[in-house]
Each structure stands twice: as structure tokens, then as C-alpha cells.
Design a protein around this ligand. Sequence first.
Ligand code: BG6
Length: 518
Amino acid sequence: MPIREIHPSVAALDMICVESAAPPTAMVVFGASGDLVQKKLLPSIAEIHRRGLLSEHFCLLGCSRTEYSDEQFRQIAADAIRHGPGSTSSQQLAPLLEKFHHISGDYADPGTYERIGSRLAELRSKHAVAGCDLFYLSVPPFLYETIIERLGSSGLSCKDDPDCCRRARLVVEKPFGRDLDSAKVLNHTVSKWFEESQVYRIDHYLGKETVQNIMIFRFANSIFEPIWNRNHIDNVQITIAETLGVEHRASYYDKSGAIRDMFQNHMLQMLALVAMEPPISFDADPIRDEKAKLLRTVRPFDPTDLDRSIVRGRYTAGRINGQNVQAYLSEKGVASDSRTETYVAARLFIDNWRWKDVPFYLRTGKRLARKDTEIVVTFKEPPHSLFSSAGLHHMPPNVLAFQIQPKEGISLRFQAKRPGSKICIGTLDMKFRYQDIFGVEMPEAYERLLLDCMVGDQTLYTRFDGIEVAWQLLMPVLEAWQRSKEAPYEYPAGSESFPEADALPEADGRQWHGLLTA
Ligand code: BG6
């Protein structure tokens, strides 16, 4: 049931909050001994529980190849939750841990699924769970098809169960495929055993508060939407800059690179939210229709002239936050002849009525000067300067910036008179920071996403067509880079950019916006 809270006077804001508590759920997590489960999933479940939103009738069955007793798994979970970002007390933790169990097995062995089936029946009865089963794949992507096939053939996916409430849900982590063909094959396997309404494909960026806020900002205010188009906007920039390198993930990352790891999913999803048309309602399918439609209108890359629209880079040794860091090629697990990119910058155009000829500049990279995710919308300059007699022939444009992380907030840059001289015009930033207004830490994206899939809300999950259209757009680039014998351009770790990436906006007489957290 939705919980409706109205706080008329918090920090002088009128707020209407709607939150749904999770119904009874039996959750099976494949890959339970992995990093993601310990760093994100378990702490997020504990937060949902702490907020009183987890059903009393909940159980979690961790599944991994490692042999753990329930007690050992609970110990690992307790450590993960204590070290996580939440604030669960020992008193709150104890009853939650009682709901955690573990089963070990080989993911390819049909016997594992028979045992999961009987264990689930036992746990459903023990915890009185009369609700959906939720299967969460937190395993390396090469295992997805095996597990989905086995879930289906063992009857656990319940695709043909006429009683919808008892149907299973499938949650799949990214990456979803590594190109268009593999994504289609995976979608085909999924659809063999699960209906689309049962499937939750994760892009954790969509669970971030500030990413969700893009939609609220655009469609809950009336002043911006009328100017959200080519008549008023000069260009849009989307940046995800990281200071991290590949950490211990080189074996995955070296086969993916920034284009598969960040661009195909997080970057294009943010682009879709910024540029899509208003959906007919705030429901999952209308929103996903508009996002897919938008990505279909992105002008295709010309593989014979890629450098004008997309370039790739790779970090060499450098310094970040006063520390020396090694080159990508020296990272453990990276092939010595690797041509994998750690940075992608692109210049895109959206061929529709709203955006014709407005450039969208997108960039993402690892080992950059600062961690910073931002969307910057630059408006056109005023058409005529009234102040040219004072030597002011051009007015700086208005700039609207969404700071996605860290220091989440929104700012609007405009011109104002400074007190004193007759004509003295200065640029001011009107800023709002989440931390200052709401005074709370940003919830972890997984908290939102897990709660939504328990509730059965697919709005923040990617639909099969959204995944395929994103791969389709990037195929000419992936193929050209695959054929190319040239290594990516190089940038020293700790820099913000490199000349070939700068050349993308410069070709249009523009430049990258400086990183906002600076
Ligand atoms: C993941 C990528 O999807 O997103 C990582 O696989 C990246 O390489 C991470 O570091 C960034 O996420 P966030 O939430 O820290 O911006």
C-alpha cells in the first residue's frame, strides 16, 4: 500500500511523498558471496528494513558455489551491513539476519535448482511468505543464460502460472550483452522463460536520486519545459568522471572498456531522460516508450568519420589526489597488447523536431582529476545586447547544471546587476544542494531499485527494446574500433581531458564545461 506523507513545513518546502512498502517476498540471490551483494545489496536490504519498508514476511536465500552454513552466511551479512553506509542498529539487525539463509551449488547443475525449489518452499512456510519469488543474478554475465535456462526448465520462473501474484521476478545486473547480437540472444532466453513484466534489468544510475530528479525537474515544473528545445538550448553536456581505475576488475573491464561499461548504459540512459518527450504518465511503460523512442532518433555514427563524433582514450601513469597511479597497461590483469579504452567522448545529434542541430556532448572516463557526474544545459546567448555602449557585446549564456554526484544539487547561472556602478553586470549561480536542504545522506541507488522490484514497479528498470536500441546505436563504433589497429589516444591519469576529446566541441566553436565540483 502506498504510504502518503505530507510535510507542509520542512525547510519551507511543501512536500508530497509517496512510498510503497514491500509486499511479502522470497528473494534468491545468485552470487551471494560476491562483492556486489556484500557492498550494495545486503546493506540496502538492511536500510529498507530499518525504514520499516521490508515485509515481516521476507526471506533471502543466498546461493553461491562456496559452502556456507546459514550461520556463516549471516555472519558475512552482518559484517557487510555493519560496514555499509546504513545505520541499522544491532537490535534491528538480529531479526533481519534470522531471515537470511544460504544454499551452495553449481549453477549449471539442474539438481541445484531442485534443491532451491524445495528450500524455498520450506522458507516460504517458515517465514509465512505468501508473495512473489525474486531471483537476483549477481553473477558474472557468462552465467546469465545458464541460470535463466535452469530457472525456467525447473519451473521456478512460473511463466505460465495463471496466478500472477505467485509469479517469479528476475533481476539481471548489467552488462546486458556485449553487443547487439548477444543482447538479443539474452533477451530471447529471458523471454523464453519470463514475461517482460517479470523482468528487471538493472542500470544502477536510474536508482540515483539525482537521476530520478531529472524527470521531476522537467515534468513537475512549468517554467523549463517550454524552453527545453532547440530554440533556447545551445548544447547539452553529460559527464561521468571517475578517479577510480579498474581496481580488481581488469579481467572484466579489459574486455568491455568504457563504451560497454558506462556509455551504452548509464550515459545513454541519462541522455534519454534529459531529451525524451513527456511520457503520457509517470508509469513504467510510457516512460520506457519515450526513452527508447529518443534513443532511436540519435543520429547514427558514421564509421568512416568517427573521430568527428566519438573518440576513445586510455590513461597513462599520473597523479591523482597527490598519489602516483600506474598506467592502464600496467594494471594487473590487463593484456599487454590491450586496445581497450578507459575514456569515451562523443558528440551526438538527435534528429527530431525538438532537438534538431543541438549538439549533445557526452564523456566518461576513469582516472580523471575528480569524481564528478553532471549534466550541463547551456542556453543560447541573449539575441541582442542592450549594453554594447558599455562594451558588453555578448552576454554569457544561462547555464543549468544538474550535479548528479558528489555534492548533489542543481544550479542556474544568470546575469545580475552588481551594486555600485551604473552598469556592472556579474554572473551569479543560484544553487540548491540536497545536503543543505534535506540534510540527509543520499540513499544508495540499490535501496530504491530493490524496493521497486519487490513492489513490482519497473519504471527505473530498462526494457528489452531500450537495451537493444542502445547497442544498435553503438554497433558501428564497436565494429570500427574492433577493426582498428590503432591504440586509444592517451591521457595522463589525473587530467580532465585530452586534445582529441576537446576537439569534439571545439569543432562547433564550443568547449567542455569545467568539472563542477572544482
Ligand atoms: C559501474 C561500472 O556500472 O558504475 C564501474 O561498472 C563504475 O566501472 C561504476 O565505476 C560507477 O558508478 P558510481 O555509482 O560510482 O558512479
